[in-house]
Design a protein around this ligand. Sequence first.
Ligand SMILES: [Zn+2]
Length: 192
Amino acid sequence: MNIERELEKRSNHKCELCTSTENLEVLEVQPSKNNGLDGSLLVCSVCKEQIENPDKTDPNHWRCLNDSMWSEHSPVKVIAWRMLSRLREEGWPQDLLDMMYLEEEELEWAKATGEGAPAENQIIHRDSNGVIIEAGDNVVLIKDLPVKGSSMVAKRGTAVRRVSLDRDNAEFIEGRVDGQQIVILTKYVKKI
Ligand SMILES: [Zn+2]
């Protein structure tokens, strides 16, 4: 029996996430970990499209996870966990996540794609007062800052307009001072 037949049997010819019976296909859970039935699930085209395209995720469609998160099959649980994590800011998915139980190994697998990485792992830039700085914001220097590689000093009180962010480091932003692009430590600025 091929995998599709086996999954159809397991799922009773239904999407294992939303129970739709239309346009079913095999979804192999990435990263590939288990072979065959333990590595795949049967999903409908609606679920599949949204799983693969975060932009197209419709929170209401995923109310179905209320039931399917209790599946006994790891691939179903892993995808349910990822979608709930993706949608956690809606509130109700977080409640479901709190109730959900995954074996350690399943949780590790679920987290492997980075879906739902906790906020503390995100790079967030904050000024000296802890206010979040976003790209395009204006800031003012709260300290005289020597500019690396030049004799210039960027004076305290200087406004730096439309800053850009260092995507890899929360401590650095960039902006133009006296026509020169400089890197500035976030702790020496205040958002205006
Ligand atoms: Zn579905």
